[in-house]
Design a protein around this ligand. Structure first.
Ligand SMILES: Nc1ncnc2c1ncn2[C@@H]1O[C@H](COP(=O)(O)OP(=O)(O)OP(=O)(O)O)[C@@H](O)[C@H]1O
Length: 345
């Protein structure tokens, strides 16, 4: 059976304009999120990971604007064009939380310091579900219990500052999951936590996916984490997806020079102490005046004259594609009859 798509992002473009400067934070980005699967989005700081997901949920800061493209949420065969909804309209607010839950790097972002944990989760439930307060309290306690918060009923009377960082992130997950959304967006959910707590939270997210059949978009700059979490991977650079494929394809057979460079800059356990990590030469260009062609060209050891024109997307088979002229002769085309045909070598 073919995998079902739950979210389609097509040619998404989001800009920030301030004075006479415009930043194309997300530039012609397309991807599909498959039902019950995890899509990882990786890339250096500032490449557009967060703006991509904030565009999906229409939670952009005031200067940010979606200028093109389409975001479609598909539920039970019905397509809802999120990009066509009013940012603060009833339908969009209901989709946020009920259909798409979000957890952030800093759990304090989703928790209000002046209300008890219980109060916040219960309010969240009552916003999206027509149930009694008593039922909502039970539901909140059950969710906290299942996410490893002992004595949940008592702890619901506590305030966020009475919880440790890891516990707060569990509460953040409970807030996001309590209405059983189909999609969970996790924006660097473990970056602020130490490694043992980090792995507990990651395991928890996997369990949630198994128990609830949630589809996850997982944003991180940590390639070790995506290797463990994601089924598919999008590598972003300066607002564009430069490589996309299954996590295995991208991590074991990276094609874009940027993906390769990212992988070479990651330390691993057992690594030879004498071996130097490779850093990516140069720095990212000014996002408000990007070069016409490939934005990575100034840092790429394979760059040629050709890179002054932005590369097409070359399909390498089995869903793996890359935007780099190095692959122009290696593309696999899909014939009209659906069969693949290899062009060149
Ligand atoms: N509020 C804002 N005002 C102006 N520009 C912004 C704003 N938020 C983001 N940007 C710009 O959008 C681009 C993408 O930012 P984004 O936060 O999506 O990056 P990121 O990949 O999520 O980075 P990080 O890993 O550091 O969170 C950057 O060039 C950034 O400067």
């Amino acid at each position: 059976m073919s995998e079902q798509t739950i979210l389609k992002v097509k040619n998404l473009q989001t800009q920030f304009t301030s004075g006479n400067k415009t930043v194309n934070a997300v530039n012609n980005v397309s991807f599909s999120l498959k039902s019950k699967k995890t899509l990882g989005i990786v890339g250096e700081s500032g490449c557009g990971k967060s703006v991509t997901v904030h565009s999906i949920t229409q939670l952009l800061p005031p200067l940010g604007k979606i200028t093109d493209g389409k975001v479609t949420y598909i539920k039970n065969g019905n397509e809802i064009e999120l990009s066509g909804l009013k940012k603060q309209g009833r339908q969009m607010r209901s989709i946020r939380g009920k259909e798409i839950g979000m957890i952030f790097q800093d759990p304090n972002t989703s928790l209000n310091p002046v209300y008890t944990i219980g109060n916040q989760i219960v309010e969240n439930i009552l916003q999206h579900e027509k149930i009694t307060k008593k039922h909502a309290i039970e539901k909140a306690a059950d969710m906290l219990n299942s996410l490893g918060i002992p004595m949940a009923h008592t702890r619901m009377n506590d305030y966020p500052h009475q919880f440790s960082g890891g516990m707060k992130q569990r509460v953040g997950i409970a807030m996001a999951m309590v209405s059983n959304p189909s999609i969970l967006i996790a924006d660097e959910p473990t970056t602020a936590l130490d490694v043992t707590i980090q792995s507990q939270i990651l395991e928890l997210m996997k369990r949630i996916q198994e128990d609830y059949g949630t589809s996850i978009i997982f944003i991180t700059h940590n390639l070790g984490i995506v290797a463990n979490m994601a089924d598919e991977l999008a590598v972003m650079y300066m607002g564009k997806i430069v490589e996309y494929g299954s996590t295995r394809q991208v991590l074991t057979s990276p094609k874009h020079p940027y993906t390769e460079a990212l992988l070479q800059s990651v330390p691993f356990v057992g690594m030879d102490k004498e071996k130097r990590l490779k850093s990516i030469k140069g720095s990212t260009p000014d996002p408000s005046s990007l070069p016409e062609g490939c934005s990575f060209a100034s840092r790429c050891e394979f760059a040629t004259e050709e890179c002054k024109v932005f590369p097409n997307e070359f399909h390498l088979g089995d869903g793996h594609h890359v935007k780099c002229w190095l692959y122009k002769d290696k593309e696999v085309s899909i014939k009209k009859d659906g069969k693949r045909d290899k062009i060149g070598n």
